[in-house]
Design a protein around this ligand. Structure first.
Ligand SMILES: [Zn+2]
Ligand SMILES: [Zn+2]
Length: 299
């Protein structure tokens, strides 16, 4: 390996360790910065980025660390993060988080993943921190959850709605698959928490994977029946037409439109009410259409 490629690999490892989670554009910029001579004038190609990532993986294999790649579920932006391949369990965060913080994080993950829209109101997020087994004060919960959003463990998707963040998707996918009944996106085969469900079968697609090229005429790519409700195909619909079930949201709208739908659907009101009155009497969440209940183990 030349000293230039050696330096690029080192620089990328250090950058990923420092920044924790890097978008594809930023990763490209980092690789471009390492180029020397005439090459430095042009942006690093996708091939060069892939080559550097392969080198990082080769060097880090002995330490059970590898580069994980996946899309942010709001807009499909690709991110990269260094993950521990030997220990994907959340308890490894115990080095930097207290036991109560771990419990709070687990409970938030469960609340979001088991919610039918795969997001919860930020007020509900804070209320979970006040539950008996955690008992954080409001300012403590607020500081902690703001930090988790900033670090991309969670994502503020719109109007105080909180979803699973890209860092959790990249670093905790094994944990999520083990503990929750989740699916992969039918198109990109990557774990999909937030997306659209077919009305007739179990097929799920990320919002950014459900474009008109992939599901022409709104036909499910798996069962060929109607994929999403046609009444909500028009993304300019009024708020009163919005529905809570994300499987009936418009198929081909932009991620931005999906986020607007999220913020105006009935779930917002329900979540806010739950946050105010508490959610201890919440009914068990049923899996969409199939009626099978989701399982979660918080231990
Ligand atoms: Zn996908
Ligand atoms: Zn289908």
């Amino acid at each position: 390996m030349s000293s230039e490629s050696d330096n690029t690999t080192k620089y990328l490892i250090q950058s990923l360790m420092w920044r924790q989670c890097v978008s594809e554009d930023n990763l490209k910029r980092l690789v471009t910065k390492c180029k020397r001579g005439e090459e430095a004038a042009t942006e690093a190609s996708n091939e060069l980025v892939a080559e550097v990532v392969t080198r990082v993986n080769r060097q880090m294999r002995a330490y059970n660390i590898s580069v994980s790649r996946g899309p942010n579920e709001s807009d499909g932006t690709i991110y990269y993060a260094l993950i521990n391949t030997a220990d994907n369990d959340i308890t490894r965060m115990a080095n930097s988080w207290s036991q109560k913080e771990l419990l709070y994080f687990r409970k938030l993950m469960a609340a979001i993943i088991e919610n039918k829209n795969s997001c919860i109101a930020s007020t509900k997020m804070l209320n979970i921190g006040r539950e008996d087994d955690i008992k954080f004060s409001l300012p403590v919960s607020e500081t902690l959850t703001n930090k988790w959003v900033e670090q991309k463990w969670f994502e503020d998707v719109s109007d105080g709605k909180i979803a699973i963040g890209i860092r959790t998707l990249l670093e905790m996918s094994v944990y999520i698959r083990e503990r929750f009944e989740v699916q992969d996106c039918f198109r990109c085969k990557i774990l999909c928490i937030r997306g659209l469900n077919c009305m007739s079968c179990d097929t799920k697609l990320h919002y950014h994977c459900s474009d008109v090229q992939f599901i022409p005429d709104n036909k499910c790519p798996n069962c060929a029946k109607q994929f999403a409700s046609t009444t909500t195909q028009n993304t300019n619909q009024s708020d009163s037409d919005s529905v809570a079930n994300d499987s009936t949201q418009g198929v081909n709208g932009s991620a931005h439109n999906h986020r607007i739908d999220d913020s105006t659907d009935e779930e917002t009101v329900e979540d806010l009410n739950e946050a105010i009155v508490g959610d201890s009497d919440e009914e068990p969440i049923q899996r969409r259409r199939s009626g099978r209940s989701k399982r979660s183990r918080l231990s």
